[in-house]
Design a binder for this molecule. Structure first.
Ligand code: ZN
Length: 219
């Protein structure tokens, strides 16, 4: 079942590795099916990125029951499900421990809009959640939702842990994971040489408008 989505999720999981966002088998991408929104496809637990095939992806329902797949789903499956249950508009989720973004999460620091590229892409700071425990299983998802709420944010930093990003489809969640890491890296490098200043709110709005309304080619 969900063969197209499995192929897509398999490719996006491989892209985590290709974009340098993960080490060994950490990290995962999931996607919610548009036609059958009670089902998600997620990476299997502990299988190397190099070995992943579309048929290895696991289909899980909203209660976490495996519907198809010979592997166990990612240990982070419940975290993804808590977010999908709370936010019907989210169809893709990425979780990584990408180095630069996670370094902000370790410090308990959000990522304010320092860069125009951050203003362009997201127009808002990336917040940091409270610390969440691995048990009970729902704690990570609950911490994410407490911070995310109904806000249209591309991602959150999970205190002491890593990054979760969201999208209207799995590809946009991956793009958010790549962009947040890239922005965090540049800010971190600049911070080694001095104090950096946030962009004023009015300027953030202008950059965001220009990028979303004027930039690129009309479809
Ligand atoms: Zn993690």
């Amino acid at each position: 079942m969900l063969e197209e989505l499995k192929k897509e999720i398999c490719g996006l999981n491989a892209a985590l590795k290709n974009n340098g966002l993960v080490a060994m088998t950490s990290g995962n991408v999931s996607g919610r099916d548009r036609k059958q929104p009670d089902y998600i496809v997620i990476k299997p637990s502990g299988v190397s990125y190099e070995a992943l095939k579309p048929k290895d992806m696991v289909v899980v329902d909203m209660r976490g029951r495996v519907k198809e797949g010979s592997y166990k789903p990612s240990v982070d499956t419940i975290s993804h499900l808590v977010v999908y249950r709370a936010r019907k508009d989210i169809f893709g989720i990425v979780h990584t421990h990408s180095n630069f973004a996670t370094s902000f999460a370790l410090l308990g620091k959000p990522l304010p809009v320092y860069m125009t590229a951050h203003a362009d892409e997201f127009g808002a700071a990336i917040p940091v959640t409270r610390y969440a425990s691995p048990l009970p299983f729902e704690d990570v998802g609950n911490a994410i939702i407490e911070t995310l709420g109904k806000k249209n944010l591309p991602g959150v930093l999970l205190r002491n842990h890593g990054v979760f990003t969201f999208g209207e489809n799995p590809k946009s969640a991956l793009k958010a994971a790549v962009m947040i890491e890239d922005i965090a890296k540049t800010c971190w490098l600049a911070m080694q040489n001095g104090k950096i200043k946030r962009l004023p709110e009015k300027e953030i709005k202008k950059w965001y408008y220009r990028y979303h309304e004027i930039y690129g080619q009309k479809k």
